[in-house]
Design a protein around this ligand. Structure first.
Ligand code: HMG
Ligand code: MG
Length: 285
């Protein structure tokens, strides 16, 4: 039997957060509902962040209230602080994510604090999430390169990933935020991270700025990682990572995984329908 690989669909959050023109709440809901038909078990729907920082995600609660929830799917939201967590709990997100950076420059630009301060902010989020029985995922951004600080040391990534695991995150997603990683830099980074976090607790999150995302995913597969983040139709970018292209396209990841003999449980026709809708949103924006 083919080995399973999980795809965490990022389109509605990482995909849309960077769109300059506001997309209607109804269209966001329609996108999530189309994705729910495609067989994903994890969909990142939105983020409970400051609307001054990311105006596109200001309707987080309304989107979560409007989607048609399918059993067996975990609908996720980003929560940078306690206020975000409270919003996500009230909106009945199934899981949340905290997001740290392996580089100081990106931490400051993205969440307005140092790496150390970010952990001080995450501590009460983790405590409250635990009390609420809410699973928490952790992101590490800039795992090979930072748009502000340049190349990032593998040891910095390992130290942030280990801390997130120690704080109670069930999985750590390693983000190549600007899509500058190569198989060589990704391999070096993984060698350091795997000393402190087992492959079963890691995910790969690749943006595809330089067209290396699929190669980087193969490096992760060879190291035993079996969860990958991707965005339908390659939507996306990050408002605080200038020049970063979208996440690797889910369709491309599914095709590559199938070619390599892995099973993803994704219905490719339903995914194509969601991709067509996503392209329409981008063209209209
Ligand atoms: P701050 O200015 O340091 O914090 O921002 P603050 O506590 O002073 O709050 C500023 C304002 O935001 C206040 O409003 C707060 O009430 C409000 P004001 O008094 O000015 O009217 N506020 C909030 N509003 C709604 N929900 C909240 C919330 N918290 C505060 N949860 C903060 C700190 C973290 C809030 C801000 O920097 C922020 O929202 N940053 C989010 C940036 C973001 O969403 N980036 C994109 C996601 S990360 C990413 O894409 C990378 C990833 O994909 C992985 C990868 O690719 O590497 C995950
Ligand atoms: Mg990202």
């Amino acid at each position: 039997m083919a080995e399973h690989v999980t795809i965490f669909e990022m389109g509605p959050r990482d995909g849309l957060q960077n769109e300059k023109t506001l997309i209607s709440t109804a269209d966001k809901i329609a996108l999530v509902d189309l994705l729910s038909q495609a067989g994903f078990r994890k969909i990142e729907v939105t983020s409970f962040v400051s609307p001054k920082w990311v105006p596109q995600m200001a309707d987080a609660a309304a989107v979560l209230a409007g989607i048609e929830r399918k059993q067996g799917i975990s609908y996720a939201a980003l929560t940078p602080n306690l206020r975000g967590l409270e919003g996500a709990i009230a909106a009945k997100a199934d899981e949340v994510a905290i997001f740290a950076s392996a580089s100081e420059g990106f931490s400051q630009a993205n969440i307005n604090c140092s790496i150390a301060e970010s952990f001080d902010r995450f501590a009460p989020v983790m405590t409250a999430a635990k009390e609420a029985g809410m699973p928490v995922r952790g992101y590490v951004s800039c795992v090979t390169d930072c748009p502000y600080d340049g190349p990032v040391a593998p040891e910095s990534v390992a130290s942030v990933a280990a801390k997130l695991l120690e704080m109670g995150c069930y999985e750590i997603s390693l983000g190549d935020t600007i899509g500058a990683g190569t198989p060589e830099t990704v391999e070096a980074m993984l060698e350091a991270v795997l000393k402190v976090v087992p492959a079963a607790r890691l995910a790969g999150h690749f943006h595809d700025t330089k067209g290396r995302a699929l190669d980087n995913i193969e490096v992760c597969l060879a190291k035993g990682i079996r969860t990958f983040d991707a965005a339908v139709s390659g939507l996306g970018g990050c408002p605080y990572a200038p020049g970063a292209a979208g996440n690797v396209a889910t369709e491309a990841v599914v095709a590559r995984l199938q070619a390599l003999g892995f099973d993803t449980c994704i219905d490719t026709q339903a995914l194509a329908n969601a991709a067509e809708f996503a392209r329409g949103l981008k063209e209209a924006a």
